[in-house]
Design a protein around this ligand. Structure first.
Ligand SMILES: Cc1ncc(COP(=O)(O)O)c(C=O)c1O
Length: 467
């Protein structure tokens, strides 16, 4: 690795890698100034009855309703939700999804194991039709974490090996197996032994590249992919690589050719490629599946979050048909493995995405939004980098464009300034602001959100009075 560069080595504060802190002084000011007595009473009750946990508690606010691109709090204030936990591809409470759920609830609300049902079969068929390449055999799971767990088990079964390669700073779920392959210290530290054989490598990062400080992939020649090949060779018996094709919260599309090079390495070593698209599937990146942007088909694909239409918790693993080799194993064995209501919600969600060409629309809206973000970058020195693929967008804030020192407190201030003005998102990796609106967002709403962001950055950058 050449040139020790501050941008490459600066550590992200452990508690800020995945999202902003709920315990900061800025949060206290927000509560004092923006939250009324009634909401405070509910927040106190939430604290009284829920176990506390990182990134969730104490809660930011209490929601009362949601619809389309907007969430509304108890005080009646509306926020454009540019986080939505990545469930809101078709927006919140889409009427077609709600109707499908209600119709199914009245008919068959649950499916006991050993039985099957028509919505589940139709969904499995639909996924196998729209999934890239020959991915065509499906298992459902109650959430992304459990779908990733199934993928890990399947890879072990198929290859007879147990080691995995995954990325530092990644997140694949908070169960013990998923924490083992995830790369965020906050989830990995102080939990006791994690899965053996979970090897981590640095993610491809064009802005904060470990190998070339200028992030010039042509000069560097994809050392990030070469390094994975090197690790594969040294480990010798890796079962699979698991990664998001684009890291969701940092919004880091890899350099051209990266996934093709990695795919080649894995083929050469007889190891599998698992793409975890839990957070970025179903149109978010301008294609139905994010990997289609890179012309690479994994051996196993996991999807989730928005699959349930933003209403039902649901996820799926879609695998190559020749990987259907474990009829004697409990790969998932989940109570809700063929949930008819969640399947109906997923079918309706996919229909909405297809009928409204949401993936294409996302592509167009995303291009315009990224152009606007780049114009903002010309104006605001705080913006070090703008990235985006479809409506998965992000900016990385820096105190100095040369050293790329992360502008961490500034990112948090900007977040609260945006909240005040009716735009909600979280921060990630301390200095990144990921922007993921509903794919059904009106152009005018998207423009308003970017105007709010622009104004909030001005307030922070030019140190205008805050609050
Ligand atoms: C990439 C990725 N994989 C897996 C998960 C876990 O999904 P779930 O919370 O539905 O279990 C998440 C959740 O944020 C995720 O972003």
């Amino acid at each position: 690795m050449k040139n020790h560069h501050p941008s490459s080595t600066e550590q992200i504060p452990v508690d800020l890698s995945e999202g902003d802190s709920n315990l900061s002084s800025m949060r206290k000011v927000w509560h004092k100034n923006e939250i009324d007595a009634n909401t405070r009473r509910w927040l106190a009750l939430d604290e009284r009855y829920f176990l506390r946990q990182t990134l969730s508690t104490p809660c930011l606010n209490v929601l009362d309703s949601c619809g389309e691109s907007v969430i509304k709090d108890l005080q009646g204030k509306r926020y454009l939700d540019f986080h939505g936990n990545s469930v809101h591809q078709v927006g919140f409470s889409h009427p077609k999804v709600i109707d499908a759920i209600i119709d199914q609830l009245k008919k068959l609300s649950f499916c006991t194991r050993r039985y099957t049902n028509i919505p589940a079969i139709e969904l499995a068929k639909k996924l196998s039709e729209i999934a890239p390449g020959n991915l065509s055999k499906v298992l459902f799971a109650p959430g992304g974490t459990t779908a990733v767990g199934m993928a890990l088990k399947l890879a072990r079964t198929v290859t007879g090996r147990f080691k995995t390669i995954s990325m530092w700073d990644s997140f694949h779920g908070a169960s013990l197996d998923c924490m083992s392959i995830s790369g965020e210290t906050m989830f990995r530290k102080n939990v006791g032994p994690l899965l053996p054989g979970a090897v981590h490598v640095p993610p491809a990062d064009r802005y904060r590249c470990l190998w070339d400080p200028e992030g010039n992939c042509e000069i560097c020649g994809l050392k990030c992919a070469d390094y994975i090949d090197y690790v594969l060779e040294k480990e010798g018996d890796v079962s699979a690589l698991i990664a998001e094709p684009v890291r969701n919260t940092a919004v880091n599309p890899p350099p051209p050719g990266y996934w093709k090079a990695v795919r080649k390495s894995f083929d050469r070593h007889g190891a599998l490629l698992i793409f975890d698209e839990t957070a970025i599937c179903l149109g978010r990146t301008g294609k139905m599946f994010a990997c289609e942007n890179f012309d690479v088909v994994p051996d196993i694909l996991t999807i989730g979050k928005g699959l349930g239409g933003g209403i039902m918790p649901f996820a799926a693993m879609i695998a190559r048909p020749d990987l259907d080799v474990a009829p004697e194993k409990g790969l998932g064995h989940y109570t809700h493995e063929k949930n008819p209501v969640a399947s109906a919600a997923a079918l309706a969600t996919i229909a909405v995405i297809e009928e409204n060409n949401l993936a294409e629309r996302t592509c167009c809206l995303g291009k315009v939004a990224v152009q606007k973000l780049n114009l903002m970058k010309d104006k605001h020195m705080l913006i070090g980098d703008v990235r985006g693929i479809g409506l998965l967008m992000g900016i990385d804030l820096v105190r100095d464009r040369k050293t790329k020192q992360r502008a961490i407190s500034e990112a948090e201030q900007i977040m609260y300034e945006c909240l005040k003005r009716g735009l909600s998102f979280k921060t990630s990796q301390g200095s990144c602001i990921p922007l993921s609106p509903s794919l059904t967002i009106e152009q005018s709403e998207l423009e308003r959100a970017l105007d709010i962001l622009d104004e909030a950055i001005s307030v922070v950058e030019y140190k205008l009075p805050i609050f």
